[in-house]
Structure formats: structure tokens, C-alpha cells
Design a protein around this ligand. Sequence first.
Ligand SMILES: [Zn+2]
Length: 86
Amino acid sequence: MLRDYNIGVHADRSLPTPVCSYCRTNSATSLDHVTARVRGGDLTDPNITPACTFCNSSKGPRDAPVNLPPNAPDPFVPPWFVKLGP
Ligand SMILES: [Zn+2]
């Protein structure tokens, strides 16, 4: 069930369907590990968050996605989004 993705520390349970906790634009299609598994992140609720495919791929083992989804609104500077690099 898609709503099963609406779990974890950053989920917004007021929404009928889960939205990506990074871009807040796309529907969540996966669960992301806030602290990546390769960096010691575990499988507990506080370390998982709903994410769209784009943000999940862009984030990888980092703390936040590097690129915004192409359909993200502009300007797009949500406080929870940390842009890394130049
Ligand atoms: Zn997203």
C-alpha cells in the first residue's frame, strides 16, 4: 500500500497519500534511510522517511538530496533541504 510509505520521522500523516519528505512535491515511492545504511544508519522508524525516486537517488548516502526534482516549484528553498556542493 502506498500509504505504508508514510512512516518515519519526517512523514506527514495528515496527508492522504505520502509525499516525499525532501522535495515535498512528488509522491513518495520509497522509504529513504535518513542516515544511509552504509554510514551506519539502521532500520528503525526514526531513521526512515518517505521519499520520491528522484530525491532518493539524488541523496544516496548524503544527508540530503543534491539536486532538485525537475518539477519542483521555483524558487525552491525549503529549510529542510540542504544543497551540497557548488
Ligand atoms: Zn522528492
